[in-house]
Design a protein around this ligand. Sequence first.
Ligand code: SF4
Length: 176
Amino acid sequence: MTPQTSFPDGPRGEDTQLGGVHIKYFHHCPRQLWLYTRGYRPEQRSDLVAFGEVVDDTTFTRRRDIDLGEAKIDWVTTGAVVHETKSSRAPSPGHAAQVRHYCLLLERRGVTVRGGTVHYPVIRRTTDVPWDTEAREEAEASEARARATIAAEVAPSRLTRADCRGCSYLDYCWGD
Ligand code: SF4
């Protein structure tokens, strides 16, 4: 049976300032986003999370963080091009979605955004993230779906056990 699935006094989706982590969690697992916005924080962080922070701290030293309040962008170069660094060995749709969300937030602040790039230093790859009408629509739809997830009274279902690998919520969802 899925553990604790209802927090009746949870946050309302429209009241939550959505940052990159919300969008990343939503795309990885809606349940992860739901738990996160209810203040659940794993006591033991997964090795993958810790490894990601190490990579993030040491790989790119000459960068300019952009703090939007609800979101902290790794850095933005002339244009403006949004840059995001990931420790993963494989690009995932959630990474591009996170960058598109940053593009959307910047555009709402009046910035003319050119696009984004996701950097994967472990595998020495980059992935370009276009910013156009279609990307904007995707970002807005993603934001709306994330808000609906947050507002749900009951937690979304778990992913399959295999898809949960590396998630820092494993102990909560599976009792590991
Ligand atoms: S352990 Fe699995 S079901 Fe639970 S939040 Fe993580 S990915 Fe989702």
